[in-house]
Write a protein that binds this ligand. Structure first.
Ligand SMILES: Cc1cc2nc3c(=O)[nH]c(=O)nc-3n(C[C@H](O)[C@H](O)[C@H](O)COP(=O)(O)OP(=O)(O)OC[C@H]3O[C@@H](n4cnc5c(N)ncnc54)[C@H](O)[C@@H]3O)c2cc1C
Length: 366
């Protein structure tokens, strides 16, 4: 059935881009709409850790998507690099959690889930990460945790889409509402008029709830502001990711170090603030004292699509034929993207799903 179908996707963050990429080979056409340029909102602003920050604190629903994605990321990055020449730079550095309060829960979760997380003597951490601050007394480590250079990931996804003959990307194209025929959605209202499709997929991140409101539906997805700062050091300065008290340092391959992040409820305001800058700098120096002598070379904010328990909405909107959701990935949209978009395509194309879709189904949750 699907080969004749035309799909309209609203929102070109990592979720919309990868949804388009996965659907394109199986449908007649994909039209991806973004009100600004694709991949410039949360998917650009995030840190790109390919793991939830504290994976043991999440529900099995988030864990299932995270594990599938973690296994798939290297393959996805290779495929995109080969297709576009833009390397998303999946950088497997491992991650140290320092002075955790719930270390016992973390280790119990790792045993249950068969994840390679283990306690490490803090002297061994200092040998491995000589720039680490002196104030820490305990650590646990997972060696296979990677980070992805998310601005490059979205750039690469865009380039891959532009090379596909049946995909059209419209930037500067703000969707203001949906076109209905009875109980069915048959398109969206763009700035220059209607854009029709057999299926409309809402992947508008933190703005998804605003758009659903136009149909009288309440989707509990709200913007949660996060600020980050960036340093540039030598490429071997920080060999692993380190995390303490909710703040983390992420090394990119070229020596850029990201420090994140704040968690703020400020509506749709994403202005970086002086307070956050000072607080992030203090965390940076606590984790890595030498950063006190380094220049901050970037400071920005993004809006995470906050959702209850961080469980995304993946599937059909009940009672509105033709309308689908893939949104609400909160703090984990980069790690969860590959699994979420694979699962989404499975559900829309009525294939056997890679993961049980039930926990993410919008029915009963909106
Ligand atoms: C500081 C920070 C750190 C983070 N760190 C991590 C991390 O380490 N690991 C991780 O996995 N995740 C992380 N995240 C979360 C992750 O970035 C998000 O969950 C993810 O990017 C969400 O992707 P998305 O495609 O749903 O949303 P977005 O990337 O926000 O994309 C939504 C798109 O929809 C478009 N849009 C909105 N309204 C309309 C409209 N009306 N018409 C047309 N287009 C529209 C927007 O322009 C935008 O391009 C972090 C986020 C932040 C802010």
């Amino acid at each position: 059935m699907a080969k004749q179908q035309q799909v309209v996707i609203v929102g070109g963050g990592v979720i919309g881009l990868l949804t388009a990429f996965n659907l394109a080979p199986h449908v007649q056409s994909v039209t991806l709409l973004d009100r600004s340029h694709v991949g410039q909102e949360s998917s650009w602003a995030g840190g790109g850790i390919v793991s939830p920050l504290y994976p043991w604190r999440y529900s099995p629903a988030v864990t299932a998507l995270a594990h599938w994605s973690q296994d798939f990321y290297p393959q996805l990055a290779q495929r995109l690099f080969a297709a576009t020449g833009i390397d998303p730079e999946v950088h497997t550095t491992g991650l140290y959690w320092l002075d955790l309060e719930d270390e016992a829960q973390a280790l119990a979760w790792a045993r249950r889930e068969n994840r390679p997380l283990s306690p490490v003597d803090v002297c061994a951490v200092r040998d491995a990460v000589p720039v680490l601050g002196k104030g820490f007394s305990r650590a646990i480590y997972m060696a296979n945790v990677a980070n992805v250079r998310n601005p490059r990931l979205v750039k690469s996804l865009k380039a891959a889409l532009l090379a596909l003959p049946n995909v059209t990307v419209h930037e500067q194209c703000e969707v203001s509402g949906f076109i209905r025929e009875g109980e069915r959605v048959v398109g969206v209202q763009g700035p220059d008029g209607p854009i029709h499709g057999d299926h409309v997929v809402l992947t508008a991140g933190a703005w998804s709830g605003e758009l659903l409101k136009t149909l009288g539906l309440t989707l509990p997805v709200e913007p949660v502001k996060g600020q980050m700062i960036l340093y540039k050091c030598a490429s071997d300065f920080l060999p692993s990711m380190v995390l303490a008290k909710g703040r983390y340092a992420i090394p990119r391959r070229d020596g850029h170090i990201l420090i994140g992040s704040t968690l703020e409820h400020e509506g749709y305001d994403k202005t970086p603030t002086e307070n956050a800058l000072e607080s992030l700098k203090a965390s940076a120096v606590e984790l890595i004292p030498e950063l006190a002598q380094a220049q901050v070379v970037g400071h920005w904010a993004g809006l995470r699509p906050g959702s209850p328990e961080g469980i995304p909405y993946i599937g059909a909107v009940p009672g509105v034929d033709g309308l689908w959701l893939n949104c609400g990935h909160y703090r984990n949209g980069l790690v969860l993207a590959p699994a979420s978009c694979q699962l989404f395509a499975d559900v829309l194309l009525a294939r056997t799903p890679v993961i049980d879709p039930a926990p993410y189904a919008p029915a009963g949750r909106i």
